[in-house]
Design a protein around this ligand. Structure first.
Ligand code: DHB
Ligand code: FE
Length: 278
């Protein structure tokens, strides 16, 4: 059976893309952010997982308000980067794994997650920026993108996202190869991009979330969607995608790395890397 070796939760700050493209990652303003990811990069370079399941939300690069799947799963051989309004960034086309994807699609649907199957899927910063930060420029891993609606309310509940993680774990462990898999959940930490509270941040909420995602994720499933948005900003609802990552791991995990800084762009920047204890 395939083996899930660990999980990563991370913010997905779009402005880091142009920083990378313009080779500004080592300037005094930006270096601390990129340094925050180095231990996770080193862990991935050492473990060399075969497959990365990347759970993220599309921000209008592929899905839009006219048609918005709650859960969309990639089943393509490759996933090209989309144009978010400033041209397509010079990043790799992510390599898919069609066999693993169809296995996951079947397993998730058997598990009563009625996902949308995507044989074409363009990815945006929710996917690309974490790939950049975690895998440098060559992305030596096959990916399974899972996009969760975080844009058109009602979005799924935190508990539903957590349970998706349990189903992802079952999909991995029923795949009959000895490949290794890492699961990545991306989503901005405290932030609000619009309206009267544009620029709202909460370091206290972010740090609580980083504590609980490790030690007590079920507590995070009991926070309502409105509370996430009230306490941490409307777009902080994206944090519930980290729960899909966490739900795929064991109840008890070992923390390999944690990083937090705020503000970066309009949000808290954070990362947690967790390993199953066994
Ligand atoms: C920002 C963060 C996000 O997660 C996002 O999707 C868009 C913008 C920001 O900090 O600017
Ligand atoms: Fe986002």
């Amino acid at each position: 059976m395939a083996r899930l070796i660990g999980g990563i939760g991370t913010s997905h700050i779009p402005s880091l893309g142009p920083v990378i493209d313009r080779k500004l990652t080592q300037t005094p303003e930006w270096k601390p952010v990129f340094d925050g990811y180095l231990p996770a990069r080193a862990w991935l370079a050492e473990k060399r997982p075969d497959i990365a399941i990347v759970i993220y939300n599309d921000h209008g690069a592929d899905f839009f308000l006219d048609k918005m799947p709650t859960f969309a799963v990639g089943a393509a051989a490759e996933y090209p980067p989309g144009d978010e309004g400033w041209g397509v960034r010079p990043v790799p086309t992510a390599r898919g794994d069609v066999d693993f994807s169809w296995h996951a699609v079947n397993s998730l649907i058997d598990d009563e997650f009625d996902i949308t199957i995507c044989q074409e899927l363009t990815v945006d910063h929710g996917f690309i920026v974490p790939m950049d930060l975690l895998f440098a420029s060559d992305w030596p891993v096959r990916v399974l993108p899972i996009a969760i609606n975080m844009i058109q309310h009602p979005v799924p509940t935190p508990l539903r996202c957590y349970k998706l993680g349990h189903a992802i774990r079952r999909a991995v462990e029923s795949y009959p190869t000895d490949e290794t898999v890492v699961v990545v959940g991306t989503g901005g930490m405290s932030h609000q991009l619009h309206g009267e509270r544009a620029g709202f941040l909460s370091q206290g909420f972010d740090e609580m979330f980083l504590d609980k995602i490790e030690s007590d994720p079920e507590a995070l499933t009991k926070i309502t969607r409105n509370q996430y948005m009230e306490w941490a900003g409307a777009e902080a609802i994206e944090l519930i995608m980290w729960l899909s990552m966490r739900g795929a791991l064991d109840a008890r995990v070992r923390r390999v790395h944690r990083y937090y800084q705020m503000p970066v762009s309009l949000t808290g920047a954070g990362l947690v890397l967790l390993e199953n204890e066994n």
